[in-house]
Design a protein around this ligand. Structure first.
Ligand code: ASP
Length: 326
């Protein structure tokens, strides 16, 4: 057994018509993040540091729905959320309702390490970020043109949606918006380091056109994010489905209570029990098994293991091996 990691940039109804330029930018970011995570694991960094490092990179990239690039609430505001968890200790930290914190994942880690609590939200979380000296920016920093357009589309169709929901059927007399295919997604990373420590981190802007105050699965320990001594899981997709099915904890519980079950079988069972089109996840087990499972059209994803396997993909038939700066 050696180190391993997997990351995602969101699951959903990702259209095959995604313009090559947008697809390639996101694939390049996934590859870059895979390289960063791989290099850190090779350097002997702990899994918790690695998942935070990778998720920070993804948060800083405007092509994914987390940090800069977060989708907008129905009030055209950003409310970011994140969670981190360490498998061996079950220590975890979570944050919600952030509008100025540049890296929500790092604030979640500070909550875990520097408070007696697990979960801080809204004003209290913002005040704690300042108290900890974390970088903050004006809320306008996080709002991209793409997300203003995504919100416009969602409002026009009167729906709350994950980023990858295909646009509604064209309304009579109305042209489809120019950037229909500009979908972006929630981010997450799971890792096991050379010492066998498991960790997970997930970060998101949530759903397009969500009600202000809505909290999704990402920061809810056991729903979008969970790690124990058996595996680490980060989920993406429709938060309400992920919460109902306690997706991440269910995978970990199967690994815990059904000795001999592979991680892939556990993840496939849990995801298979959720409504089709709603859920994806990445996970790593204590034995170094990696899996990336989804019941959506696609999931932006990447993984690497110490034995040299590395893969990046979006749809089911395009997962391809990549070299990881050996
Ligand atoms: N799970 C996220 C949420 O519901 C959205 C996503 O994964 O894209 O907030």
């Amino acid at each position: 057994m050696g180190w391993a990691l997997a990351l995602h940039g969101g699951a959903g109804d990702i259209p095959r018509s995604l313009p090559a330029e947008l697809r390639d930018r996101r694939l390049a970011t996934l590859r870059r993040c895979l390289d960063i995570g791989t290099a850190a694991l090779r350097d002997g960094r702990p899994a918790l540091d690695v998942v935070e490092l990778v998720v920070r990179e993804l948060e800083d990239c405007p092509y994914f729905n987390a940090g800069k690039g977060s989708v907008l609430t129905s009030d055209s505001t950003v409310e970011m959320e994140a969670c981190v968890m360490e498998g061996a200790t079950l220590r975890c930290g979570a944050v919600s309702g952030l509008s100025t914190v540049v890296n929500a994942v790092s604030l979640a880690r500070r909550v875990m390490e520097n408070t007696p609590h697990i979960y801080l939200a809204f004003e209290g979380a913002e005040a704690f970020a300042r108290n900890q000296g974390l970088e903050t920016k004006d809320p306008s920093h996080f709002i991209t043109e793409h997300n203003i357009e995504r919100l416009r589309q969602a409002k026009e169709a009167n729906r709350v949606q994950i980023d990858y929901t295909q646009p509604m059927t064209k309304k009579p007399g109305m042209d489809p918006p120019a950037d229909d295919n500009s979908q972006i997604g929630t981010v997450g990373c799971v890792a096991i380091d050379a010492a066998g420590n498991l960790a997970t981190a997930t970060s998101t802007g949530g759903l397009v056109n969500k009600m202000p105050g809505r909290i999704g699965d990402t920061p809810l320990v056991g729903a979008g994010t969970y790690a124990n001594a058996f595996c680490a899981v980060s989920a993406t997709g429709k938060g309400e489905s992920i919460i109902r099915h306690t997706v991440s904890r269910d995978v970990a519980a199967m690994m815990e209570h059904r000795p001999g079950m592979t991680l892939h079988d556990a993840a496939a069972r849990v995801v298979g029990a959720t409504p089709r089109g709603d859920v994806g996840l990445v996970a790593v087990s204590a034995s170094g098994e990696v899996c990336m499972v989804y019941n959506t059209t696609g999931m932006f994803r990447a993984c690497a293991t110490e034995d040299g396997h590395a893969e990046v993909g979006i749809w089911t038939d395009d997962g391809h091996s990549v070299s990881i700066g050996l």
